[in-house]
Design a binder for this molecule. Structure first.
Ligand SMILES: [Zn+2]
Length: 340
C-alpha cells in the first residue's frame, strides 16, 4: 500500500509500505476513504518535536472495514467507520468515565500512521463507531473531521463549560479552534468570540457561529476580551494552540470562576504558580477523548445539522501529501484532506 513517511523535518514522502495485517484478535483493518494532515503533524514536520528515525504519519481516518480479528464482535467487514487518534477498549474504568484518550490499553494511532491506503485499528470494538449505512460522499470530509479536530474542539468546549448564557472565547484559528467555535454554538453558548487575524479563517469562524472577532493578541487581546465582557473576562475559554502565549492569553481572558479548556498540544508551556493561584480559574484539557463524542457527532453530521468538513480547504491525492504539509506549514491552507 501507499503511505506517508516523515524522514526529516520538511521531508515527507509517500512510498510503498507493507499492507497491514491483523496482529491482535481485537484488531480490524480498514481501507481509508479519506485521511488528512493535522496541525499537530506540523510539530515534527517543523523539527520542533524530535524525530526518532523515519516515522509513518497520520492519525485521522474514516473508511470501510476490510477484515476483523477473531475476537471482534460488533464491527463487521463492509461497515463505514470513524475512529479517534487514540485506540481504546471503551470498557475500562477510565473509558467508562468518558476519558478514552486515557484508556489503560490505549494505542496512539500516530504510531501506526493513517495517511495511507489501509490501516490496522487496534481494539476495533472499542475504537471504531460505524455510521448508519454508507454515508453520502459529501459527508465524508465532515466525518473525517469528527475523527480529530471536531472531537477535539468539542472536548475543548465541554472542558471550558460552554453552554447557555455563556460567553466563550476561542484562542487559535486552526481547524481545532474553528471546530471549537462550532461546538460552543451547538452547546448553546450565547456569545462566541474568535481570536483570529486571518480573513479567510474569520469568515469560516463566522459561518461556524462566532458572534465577535478579536484580532489583537497577547496583552492587547486580553484587554479587548475584558472590554467585551464588562471588565470581567469570559466564562469559558478554549485554548487551541499549545504555546506559552496562547495559554497565557487563555488564562488571562477567563474571569474568576471561569473555565479554560486547553486542547492545543502543549509545547514548552510553563505556568506561573502565583498567577494561577490568584486567577481562580478551572483548568481542564489534554488529548481529547474524541471517542466519547463520536456517536453524537456522527448523528449531527449524518442529519446534516453541522458541516465541520468546511475546515478542509485543500484536497489532494495521497501521493501529494508533501504539498499538503507545505500548504499548512505556510498557512496557505487551514487543513489538507488526502484521498488515498
Ligand atoms: Zn479503556
Amino acid at each position: 500500500m501507499r503511505g506517508a513517511v516523515l524522514y526529516a523535518p520538511g521531508d515527507v514522502r509517500v512510498e510503498d509500505r507493507p499492507d497491514p495485517v491483523i496482529v491482535e484478535p481485537t484488531d480490524a483493518v480498514i481501507r481509508l476513504s479519506a485521511t488528512c494532515v493535522c496541525g499537530s503533524d506540523l510539530w515534527p514536520y517543523r523539527g520542533v518535536e524530535k524525530l526518532d528515525g523515519a516515522a509513518p504519519m497520520g492519525h485521522e481516518y474514516v473508511g470501510v472495514v476490510e477484515e476483523v480479528g477473531s475476537q471482534v464482535t460488533t464491527i463487521r467487514p463492509g461497515q463505514f467507520v470513524v475512529g479517534s487518534f487514540w485506540a481504546s477498549d471503551n470498557t475500562c474504568e477510565i473509558c467508562r468515565a468518558g476519558y478514552q484518550s486515557g484508556c489503560v490499553h490505549r494505542v496512539l494511532m500516530g504510531s501506526i500512521g493513517t495517511q495511507s491506503e489501509l490501516a490496522r485499528i487496534p481494539l476495533a470494538d472499542g475504537t471504531l463507531v460505524a455510521t448508519p449505512g454508507m454515508p453520502d460522499a459529501d459527508l465524508v470530509p465532515s466525518l473525517l473531521a469528527a475523527s480529530d479536530v471536531l472531537g477535539t474542539g468539542w472536548f475543548g468546549a465541554v472542558a471550558a463549560a460552554a453552554g447557555p448564557g455563556k460567553t466563550v472565547v476561542v484562542v487559535g484559528d486552526g481547524a481545532v479552534g474553528l471546530c471549537g467555535i462550532l461546538a460552543a454554538g451547538q452547546l448553546g453558548a450565547e456569545r462566541v468570540i474568535a481570536m483570529s487575524r486571518h480573513a479567510p479563517r474569520q469568515e469560516l469562524a463566522r459561518r461556524f457561529g462566532a458572534t465577535d472577532i478579536v484580532t489583537e493578541r497577547g496583552d492587547e487581546g486580553v484587554a479587548r476580551i475584558k472590554e467585551l465582557t464588562g471588565g470581567l473576562g469570559a466564562h469559558s475559554v478554549i485554548e487551541a494552540v499549545g504555546t506559552q502565549e496562547s495559554m497565557t492569553q487563555a488564562i488571562r481572558s477567563t474571569r474568576p470562576g471561569g473555565y479554560v479548556g486547553f486542547v492545543g498540544v502543549s509545547h514548552d508551556v510553563a505556568l506561573q504558580g502565583d498567577e494561577l493561584f490568584f486567577s481562580l480559574v478551572h483548568l481542564h484539557g489534554g488529548p481529547a477523548p474524541v471517542r466519547q463524542y463520536l456517536p453524537e457527532l456522527i448523528g449531527l453530521i449524518c442529519d446534516r445539522k453541522i458541516d465541520p468538513g468546511q475546515v478542509f480547504d485543500l484536497t489532494l491525492p495521497l501521493d501529494q501529501a508533501a504539498e499538503g504539509y507545505r500548504a499548512m506549514d505556510e498557512r496557505r491552507a487551514i487543513k489538507a484532506l488526502l484521498l488515498p
